[in-house]
Design a protein around this ligand. Structure first.
Ligand code: B3K
Ligand code: ZN
Length: 882
């Protein structure tokens, strides 16, 4: 077996640790080839458990010495673990000293201690600390850390770890040292160190109590001018958590460090967050509005972990959503609060729901479906999923809906009063929110509500209506069900908060309310109505469910025109579009799709609407994603879905030609660049308009709009406009795209994050006669491509395999062959990234033939490979399981 291969872990098997580690002193002699780590721990037996050997986790370590209270001792190595049997009797603490070495330069997994661009970084969550030293590497073991770093001063002038720097000095032979003490106890997954040639932007801030804190953002020397937005986001985060939840910064110094080699977005290490450069660096010339918004939300997310995750952490990794679902909810609320106005808040809500429905719903319906609190895993890294994060956030949001905004803040306060400094479970969180609101529905229904934590799958709510004209009574019957998921055949009813409203014939709202659905089927009735209303159900997407209601086109058009709930207003437009797409897909292959006038006119009136925000218009006018359309089908031919959506887009382009032209001209100039929601919305709408104008020009061979797009591409003063113009040319397949792409590369050849966009745009472009795969294969040979860098791998390989279904799902299976080659190639380098890629074929069972057989064969080919990582093995085994 490959080192670290293990068996399935079950939540039900949880046992408290047999030993506690109260304090750790680490001394690092940093060297890329061979770093020496001296680890001195204060250990004591857990008095609540019978005496047993101490088994410390370790991975890819070279062990040199083990001392107990300064004396040599006997030890064994068992499956990577260091086992100590002859430890002092009794419950007195003892000192355990372990000396190991590791090889950061050879660490391509980017877990533990590794080198990126000549600097040292760490990533310990979930189980990376064991790649640095032997330890009880589990989140319920919390210790005080003192860390001494020693390194060559010229190569590594900056030496950072968690907490406060308490000393520093010179050593002989050109080396220097720094010592850091973290004032807070923490689990090992929150440990971090950084050493390298870095510079920082600094900012002092005052908390409400008048305490001063130092904020720092560290980057490579040339990047300092791209840190303003990250710092600004950090300052806003500090202020927001204190204002909204009364949670102040509990550190003298809070550091953010950026690295270009990182497996995910960022990491909330106590006081020393480590970030993917993608979520730190931004300038108007290199980052889009979306990048700016993502930076704000990721900086917020990691900062909010300082309380939800770090002050109160997880008892075990099955509780991951305790910190992730809650912290995503917090970062979503943060971005909404910063967006300000109701309509900008709604735009953010729609964007969040779009992610949930295009990524989490498919996960919940596929082979990797798991509850928000899973019961088992083979590799925990595979469970950093949209279910744990985004569905977990929806579960927290439903709690807030059930107890109210103030009630939720009270609940969070009680949660900290009860559990600050502890490692707890999701049960304890839900209990605190409920107990702080004893009169609430949440309190009354808590055991049933918690099924959201234990049952996987997306519930369906089927609504039917009944109108009694004689009494003016409107009845809505809501029935819930949830399909089986792997290992869970039968589901009990959920608690589903359904926000609703009724619109009268003139479009005005005649009633609204919140119905908390708890039974399999319930009916709500509204009396005293003058005419049959149009129901607006699941307003604001009040629960993560699929709502089925047999809306007529007239009803949807009424909602699109009048609903006071912006979410459902947008949703009505999406339903109109999805219905048309499905009708075309289910119709005769090749049957011409003709978009009807009422739909076109409805889209036109939104686009031309005098008061709606540009950002909202852009969302309404964007057709539902191919993956979202595919989810509505039992059998999917992704190329057909793609062709139908393309055809709809072409018709929208042609039918609204003058409106798009107006929209472009009216929104293209936003004055001096600011990434605020209003001007970002204007740029987004101008970009969408330009794409449609270029698409329309393809049929008419009219050179005007492609020419304007090219001009815009050359002259744009910010990356959003420049990239949108480039994308318009690439998406419409215009011949100017080639030279624009070349120019773009030449302009930004020294900007890795912009080159990622360049790769990703080409790999994600619409397929024309099978041209994308050869282009992707060719781009793999490009001197700027490097599969070891996760951002670059994602920009090319993932953009093709996971984000371009029309090009990937080729009938000749060549896309799948490419996928299997890359999964295997990446697994030898970085199993975490490989396993993410492996999930591109999660939904293979839904595919039509010949894709279905081709995909199964490709997965089987990967599964047959000896020596796969746990990560990839778990994904492909589950994909093939009956
Ligand atoms: N907690 C980290 C994720 C760690 C992933 C480990 N495979 C980032 C975050 O959610 O904030
Ligand atoms: Zn997180």
């Amino acid at each position: 077996m490959r080192e670290g291969q293990n068996a399935v872990i079950y939540r039900a098997d949880y046992q408290p640790p047999p030993y506690w580690i109260d304090a750790v002193e680490l001394v690092f002699d940093l060297d890329p080839a061979k770093t020496r780590v001296l680890n001195r721990m204060k250990v004591r037996r857990n008095p609540d458990l019978p005496a047993q050997p101490l088994k410390l986790d370790g991975e890819e370590l070279n062990l040199a010495r083990v001392l107990v209270n300064g004396q040599g001792t006997s030890f064994k190595l068992e499956g990577g673990r260091l086992v100590l049997e002859n430890l002092p009797e009794g419950h007195e603490p003892f000192e355990l000293e372990i000396f190991t070495t590791c090889a950061p330069a050879k660490n391509t997994q980017l877990m533990g201690l590794y080198v990126s661009n000549g600097s040292f970084f760490t990533q310990c969550e979930a189980e990376g600390f064991r790649r640095i030293t032997y330890f009880l590497d589990r989140p319920d073991v919390m210790a005080s850390y003192t860390v001494t770093l020693r390194a060559d001063k010229r190569l590594y002038p900056v030496l950072l770890s968690n907490g406060n720097r308490v000393g520093a000095g010179e050593l002989d032979d050109g080396r220097h040292w720094a010592r850091w003490v973290d004032p807070h106890r923490k689990p090992s997954y929150l440990f971090a160190l950084v050493a390298g040639q870095l510079v920082c932007r600094e900012q002092k801030v005052l908390s409400r109590g008048g305490k001063e804190h130092l904020l720092q953002v560290y980057v490579r020397a040339g990047d300092l001018d791209k840190t303003e937005h990250a710092m600004h986001s950090l300052m806003a985060s500090v202020a927001w958590d204190e204002a909204r939840f009364g949670l102040p910064l509990d550190l003298e110094r809070f550091m953010v460090v950026a690295t270009s080699d990182f497996n995910m977005g960022a990491m909330e290490n106590k006081g020393l967050n480590i970030f993917n450069t993608k979520y730190v660096l931004a300038s108007q010339a290199t980052a889009t509005d979306t990048d700016f918004a993502n930076i704000e939300s990721v900086v917020g997310h990691e900062y909010f972990h300082n309380w939800t995750g770090n002050r109160i952490t997880c008892r075990d990794w099955f509780q991951l959503s305790l910190k992730e679902g809650l912290t995503v909810f917090r970062d979503q609320e943060f971005s909404q609060d910063l967006a300000g106005e109701a309509s900008a808040r709604a735009v953010k809500r729609i964007e969040d729901v779009r992610v949930l429905r295009t990524a989490q719903f498919p996960e919940d319906a596929g082979p990797m479906a798991h509850p928000v609190r899973p019961d088992q895993y083979l590799e925990i890294n595979n469970f950093y999923t949209v279910t744990i994060y985004e569905k977990g956030a929806e579960v927290v949001r439903m709690m807030q809906t059930l107890v109210g905004r103030d009630g939720f803040a009270r609940g969070l306060k009680l949660y900290f009063e009860r559990h600050d400094g502890q490692a707890v479970t999701c049960d304890e969180f839900a209990q605190a929110i409920a107990d702080a609101n004893p009169q609430s529905k949440l309190h009354e229904l808590l055991p049933q509500f918690k099924r959201w934590y234990s049952q996987a799958g997306t519930p369906r709510v089927k609504a039917t209506s009944q109108w009694d004209a004689a009494t003016g009574t409107y009845r809505l019957t809501l029935s819930q069900s949830c399909p089986p998921t792997p290992g869970q055949a039968d589901k009990a009813p959920f608690v589903i908060p359904v926000a609703w409203g009724l619109l009268g014939p003139d479009g005005r709202e005649v009633a609204h309310g919140l119905h908390v659905l708890t039974q399999a089927s319930e009916t709500l009735a509204v009396e005293g109505l003058a005419a049959e209303p149009v129901p607006s159900i699941l307003r604001g997407f009040s629960a993560p469910v699929i709502l089925e209601f047999d809306y007529s086109d007239e009803q949807l058009l009424a909602l699109l025109a009048h609903d006071t709930d912006p979410f459902n207003r947008w949703e009505a437009g999406q339903r109109l579009a999805v219905n048309r797409a499905l009708a075309a897909i289910r119709g005769e292959a090749g049957a011409a799709l003709h978009l009807d006038a009422p739909f076109i006119e409805a889209m036109r009136s939104i686009l031309r609407h005098p008061t709606l925000d540009a950002a909202f218009k852009e969302l309404v006018l964007t057709l539902p994603a191919e993956t979202y359309i595919a989810e509505q089908l039992d059998v999917v031919d992704p190329q057909r879905v793609h062709a139908v959506r393309e055809s709809m887009r072409e018709q929208l382009a042609a039918a609204l030609l003058h409106d798009w032209a107006w929209a472009y001209e009216a929104h293209k100039d936003c004055g001096a660049y600011r990434p605020d929601p209003v001007s970002a919305g204007r740029r987004a709408l101008a970009g969408l308009a330009l794409t449609h104008l270029c698409i329309a020009a393809r049929r008419t061979h009219d050179p005007v709009w492609p020419g304007k797009a090219y001009q815009r591409f050359k002259d744009a003063s910010n990356m959003t406009d420049r990239f949108n113009a480039l994308a318009a040319l690439v998406i419409s397949g215009h011949e100017l795209a080639r030279s624009a792409l070349e120019r773009f590369h030449a302009m930004f050849k020294d900007e890795p994050l912009v080159l990622d966009k360049w790769f990703s745009l080409q790999a994600g472009a619409p397929d024309r006669g099978g041209n994308i795969l050869p282009a992707v294969r060719q781009l793999m040979q490009h001197p700027d491509f490097n599969i070891r860098n996760p951002n670059r791998a994602r920009s090319l390989v993932f953009s093709y395999c996971s984000a371009n279904p029309g090009a990937f799902h080729r009938p000749d299976a060549a896309g799948y062959v490419f996928w299997s080659e890359r999964v295997i190639e990446l697994d030898a380098i970085n199993p975490q990234v490989a396993a993410r890629l492996a999930r591109a074929l999660d939904r293979w069972r839904k595919l039509a033939e010949p894709q279905r057989s081709g995909a199964r064969e490709a997965i089987a080919r990967v599964a047959a490979k000896a020596d796969l990582s746990n990560d990839v093995r778990e994904v492909v085994t589950r994909a093939l399981a009956e």
